[in-house]
Ligand binder design. Structure first.
Ligand code: 5GP
Ligand code: ZN
Length: 112
């Protein structure tokens, strides 16, 4: 469920501080430590799973839940006129933290 060596599990557990903007029993949203846009949030599940779940994986329910919460959270945090939702899935995409997370990027007009 959690991995003690995982930095995002440790953030979710409160062992590593983060600038939280939203939290409930299933997910946490906090500011990225190295923002790539005026608004750069990370949405993580509290459960540890490394990347997008495949068909039949119950973690897919958590992902669906997160996707229905993200629009209002983004809107409330400076992304009223839009945002980009990014998943770096795997090493070729540059994934560095292997605990699924959505990057929420906005607060300005983003270059493509
Ligand atoms: P990835 O490259 O895996 O898609 O994204 C990992 C993200 O996590 C990066 O944007 C990085 O800046 C962010 N990050 C890594 N460590 C920490 C941390 O300790 N705190 C916060 N707030 N963000 C972090
Ligand atoms: Zn984790």
């Amino acid at each position: 469920m959690t991995d003690k060596n995982c930095i995002f599990c440790r953030i979710a557990a409160g062992e590593i501080p983060s600038a939280k903007v939203y939290e409930d029993d299933k997910m946490l949203v906090f500011k990225d430590i190295e923002p790539k846009a005026k608004v750069h949030l990370l949405a993580i599940a509290k459960a540890h799973f490394p990347s997008l779940p495949e068909e039949g994986d119950e973690n897919a329910l958590t992902v669906a839940y997160m996707l229905t919460k993200i629009p209002a959270i983004a809107r409330a945090n400076g992304c009223e006129s839009g945002y980009r939702l990014v998943v770096n899935q795997g090493v070729d995409a540059g994934q560095t933290v292997f605990h699924l997370h959505f990057h929420i990027l906005g607060g300005e007009t983003l270059p493509w």
